[in-house]
Design a protein. Structure first.
Length: 133
């Protein structure tokens, strides 16, 4: 009887180990992922995962963080430091805010959902803005 239990336990461990070995494949066997950035496009990813967007202070920090990201993006994209608000800088600035506002609204809705229900169907992400130089 003891020998039979031992055989069943050994078989269970062997089957479990074999199934893990079959399911898990080494990382080096997968095809490499190549990401190519376009040299004429400037991108900013502005994270907000550390902020509580349901609070007033979190909202202020969020708005300031996105504004600073847009300023930095437009300075790089136009070569203008923004002090004189050149036409190119102004176009960049308005275009970047047009991209950011819908993403910001989604982030705020996610924060409201979590504050009300404890969960949200909206995935957490960063604000991503892409502009041509």
């Amino acid at each position: 009887m003891t020998y039979q239990k031992f055989l069943f336990a050994f078989a269970a461990v062997t089957i479990t180990a074999a199934s893990f070995a079959a399911v898990s494949t080494p990382a080096y066997s997968k095809a490499p992922i190549l990401v190519v950035a376009k040299p004429d496009v400037v991108t900013r990813r502005i994270g907000y995962g550390d902020l509580d967007l349901a609070s007033a202070s979190g909202e202020r920090t969020f708005n300031r963080r996105v504004g600073n990201g847009i300023e930095s993006l437009c300075q790089e994209a136009t070569g203008d430091d923004g002090r004189y608000w050149s036409p190119n800088y102004m176009l960049c600035h308005s275009s970047a805010w047009r991209q950011a506002r819908p993403q910001m609204a989604t982030a705020r809705q996610r924060a409201r959902d979590i504050a009300l229900t404890g969960a949200s169907t909206i995935a957490a992400a960063a604000i991503t803005i892409d502009l041509s130089r």
